[in-house]
Design a protein around this ligand. Structure first.
Ligand code: UTP
Length: 223
């Protein structure tokens, strides 16, 4: 089966960077598909290590902007590590550089960009700038649930409108090191630019191939 999405921007949860086998498996999957796509961009999150540095910065009395800068630095370390598996160490530090790298290599790996957002927002921004056909958020859970997935009776929602997702997220925290599920700002940008989002379980790297081939995995967010 052919890929139905050929211009994906993917946000990879920082939590995956504590699992060597998972990172190895992602490198293998990306190597396998990258030349069959028009381009692929992978944005790496910061995970526990980012949170550790953010709370250290907070305890030391540093500003929220500086806490975010610590988070960004760690997301870039993860990007560099992942890039090294491809001998690809040109990690962009600005959106403009990211777009240039995508245009040049049809491939890009990056971390965070500017304070007050998460790497999900970076992925949506780059997707809009490069006219991507999908933004895929690969995370630790199966997708978006109607309530806390740890609670009994929680049901996986297969499709949502941007508005419904905004409603679900409206009372969640959106602070340094803490953007549970998704970044609210990113949803607004995706909606404004008609960019579909898929939130899916990334602990199974083969899901990425299945999603690109159009299998219905996780939660699909659109109008
Ligand atoms: P993440 O995107 O990893 O945040 O960025 P997250 O959602 O809290 O964590 P995981 O990886 O999904 O578990 C880590 C932190 O870096 C800062 C934010 O403070 C964010 O919480 N950051 C990241 C920015 O300020 N700007 C960016 O562009 C990216």
């Amino acid at each position: 089966m052919d890929f139905i999405y050929k211009k994906p921007v993917i946000s990879l949860s920082g939590s995956f960077f504590s699992n060597t086998n998972l990172i190895k498996a992602y490198a293998k999957v990306v190597k396998k598909i990258k030349n069959k796509l028009e381009f692929i961009c992978i944005v790496t999150g910061g995970g526990e290590i980012a949170r550790k540095y953010i709370s250290l910065a907070k305890e030391l009395g540093l500003s929220r902007k500086k806490q975010d800068e610590m988070g960004i630095a760690i997301t870039r370390v993860n990007a560099l590590l992942f890039g090294m598996l491809f001998n690809f160490t040109e990690i962009p530090k600005t959106y403009e550089q990211a777009v240039e790298i995508i245009n040049k290599y049809k491939f890009c790996i990056c971390g965070g960009m500017v304070p007050k957002q998460s790497t999900d927002k970076v992925a949506v921004d780059i997707a809009v700038m490069c006219n991507a056909d999908i933004m895929i958020n690969l995370t630790k859970v199966e997708g978006v649930y109607n309530k806390d997935p740890k609670k009994p009776g929680a049901k996986l929602l297969r499709s949502l409108t941007y508005k419904q997702l905004r409603e679900i997220l409206k009372n969640t925290s959106q602070t340094p090191g803490n953007y549970p599920l998704f970044d609210l700002k990113a949803i607004k940008i995706a909606e404004k630019n008609s960019l579909p989002i898929i939130i899916a379980n990334g602990t199974k790297p083969e899901n990425l191939i299945k999603i690109l081939k159009g299998e219905k995995i996780g939660t699909f967010i659109s109008f």
